[in-house]
Design a protein around this ligand. Sequence first.
Ligand SMILES: Cc1ncc(COP(=O)(O)O)c(C=O)c1O
Length: 387
Amino acid sequence: MNTIPEHINSGPWMLDPAITYLNHGSFGARTVEVFEAQQSIKRSFESSPVDFLDRRQHLITEARECICSFVGADSEGFGFVDNATTGVGAVVSSSKLVQGDEILTTSLVYNGVRQLLKHYCKENDLLYREVEILLPIESSDSIVSLIESSITPETALLVVDHIASASAVVFPVKDIIQLCRQKGVLVLVDGAHAPGMVELSINSLQPDWYVANLHKWTCAPIGAAFVWANDSHRKSTHPLTISHGLDEGLQKEFDWQGTRDVSAWIAAVDAVKSGAEIGWDTIRAHNHELALWMQDHLLKAWNAESLTPIDGNMLGSMATVYLPENAPNELDSCVALRDEIYEKYALEVPIFPIQGRGALRVSAQLYSSEEDIERLLAAISSIGILE
Ligand SMILES: Cc1ncc(COP(=O)(O)O)c(C=O)c1O
């Protein structure tokens, strides 16, 4: 049994304390401090819009430098975007694949990204394929082997999650990137959940591209995300919206994607700094231990099988657990159960089918506690879902 981590005082959050919030993974959450920092940036913009956007572009430069040092990336390859989906869109549309090339991803891919890739492949006469990854997963090595045996001469680009959304699986991206190098396959890592959840050094990983959100586990305002391209792709990687900066370098192109609210990018600095006051290692360790404790508790309560190795080496700050057998196992009924739990018990937790069975995903963040899991178990059993 894992020990329950010490509570860390992270200051007040914007979340309603009347809600048991077990879904940090979807849209993150912000502290009051970070929310107020963004409000003050917005006020500053509104007080003198031209001055802010035309003469104070150093604020974006400074934000880029701060985030780059947080995620271990060199800033020449770094461009801000609004969200990971937009980042993936920018990369695939810059990737110069030709008719007959294949984009390979896995069956655990985030569904929004799946649709984006399928659409892009259809529009451009490319092949689209998913490596089927069945749960439970035995080890990181088994994922690398599955991907290796799925690469064909047509495979031109692998899109792989750093941390998969529904299954919460942490992929062995370092080994996967090395494999792609050996096989001559380009690799885009979708790190939507990674910054703030796992230690990150994009420079050491050296994928072709890395895309990530800051509005999830870095707790930055919504709309803070980035694309990073390695040296070989910096001149050819463009944002989806081309504007003034075309061919003036990746940074300039991404800095100006038309007139927009850049306050989330700038306030991401406040989120990074406020986490650093506690210590990002401390936050990550706390969240990981608590997520494992949550998983352990739910597995025992429902006599369920773990989807990943029980020691947690393939998990970060989230865990996905099969619901008891009599729980819903189709999308509509899972969503109905999720909504019923929210309405009756003010508890937010994502519930969805995964590989034919109903499951839920818990997220651990500094505001979470073991009582949240007791409330979740009580809610599920009073609704009549029993082991
Ligand atoms: C792995 C993964 N990729 C992409 C996304 C999309 O993120 P966004 O909606 O911020 O674009 C998510 C969202 O949860 C995700 O989990």
